[in-house]
Design a protein around this ligand. Sequence first.
Ligand code: HEC
Length: 149
Amino acid sequence: MAEQNASGKIMWATIIVAVVLTVIIYALTNKSFDSAANSGAGADEAELRIQPVAQFELAKADAAAEASGPKDGPTVYNSVCGACHNTGVAGAPKIDAKAEWAPRLGQGEAALLASVINGKGAMPPKGGATALSDDEIKGALDHILEKIK
Ligand code: HEC
């Protein structure tokens, strides 16, 4: 009976050790698969290496944007919206073509603003300039509405 107990304990100990080893080996092999995949795709590694610098640059750009305060409507329009709305890129209604705006104006300014903030069709949210505040976007929209009056 005592002997049976002892061998039972040894059996359990063996099973536990085997499970622990399996988990460790699994974790290790998974990790080495990962790094093998990464060194295979050199682009990933390069991206990782430049990441701290890129983040620093982004932080600097954000700080610069904050330091200069909110941008007014024409400034936002010229730097962001005009890229599409000056010439009608991707079917964007042109700023100097009242007729292209006419069917859209009926929905009211609030709905137009929501379209710009959330994006619509080929227009990305906030025209792609997601760092801009809703107020800055409204300023640019007002600038358009002023032009097509
Ligand atoms: C990448 C190109 C692009 C940029 C940048 C862009 N737009 Fe647009 N915009 C479009 C396109 C395309 C449409 C037509 C979308 C549709 O109706 O499918 C559109 C539609 C609109 C509409 C009408 C929305 C509606 O509900 O009918 C407004 C208002 C507008 N843009 C304002 C702006 C403002 C303000 C900005 C700058 C903050 C801006 N757009 C930047 C491409 C752009």
